[in-house]
Ligand binder design. Sequence first.
Ligand code: DX5
Ligand code: ZN
Length: 217
Amino acid sequence: MKVAPSLLSCDFSKMGEEIIRVDKAGADLIHLDVMDGHFVPNLTIGPAIVKAIRPYTKLPFDVHLMIDYPLDYVDAFADAGADIITFHLESMSDPDLTIEKIRSRNVKPGVVIKPGTPAEEVYPYLDKVYMVLVMTVEPGFGGQAFMEDMMPKVVAIKKESEKRGLEILVEVDGGISEKSVVHAAKAGVDICVSGTGIFKAEDAADAVKILQNSDKN
Ligand code: DX5
Ligand code: ZN
């Protein structure tokens, strides 16, 4: 399984060093949580920060937009150096237009669903996206408990995309730990996001390795 440390749990006073730390620890991608204070009750980083930290690693930037109008910000995050942009189907922007816009900027598009949104909601977009992100906590904050009952959604999305001959990556985000990742691995998750599990770990490299090996027997 690939591992994407979420910068939400890093030391914000030294983001550059924190990125280098998880890059050296063996991370596969860097997950960036963008929150607008409307779509979720928290405010985090914008495109200026993404641009400022871009030179600190060559790892892909996986930008998770938790904002009301993702379509309006695709250009700004593409310019800032995003490699993947995911946005919520519960947001206000038209999903087809947003996916098209992301693709037009040579960025990989992904759709995200909150815990209350059924798996079937992503089916109309499966042939257009690179990734589906299934939230395993209510978006907004790090350090919450993993919702194991989201795993049937992962299984259903994987099954539906295989049925259509597509190779879509399924990512999970929220509450991933050494313990909970086992459920994600069993469900067939391709990428797990982990904030506190990596940044607050005693040894980030150990934490990354445990998550990466969770789907190997
Ligand atoms: C929540 C964010 C997550 C969060 C994960 O809205 O999308 O990326 O930072 O943090 P942990 O791993 O601590 O649950
Ligand atoms: Zn996230």
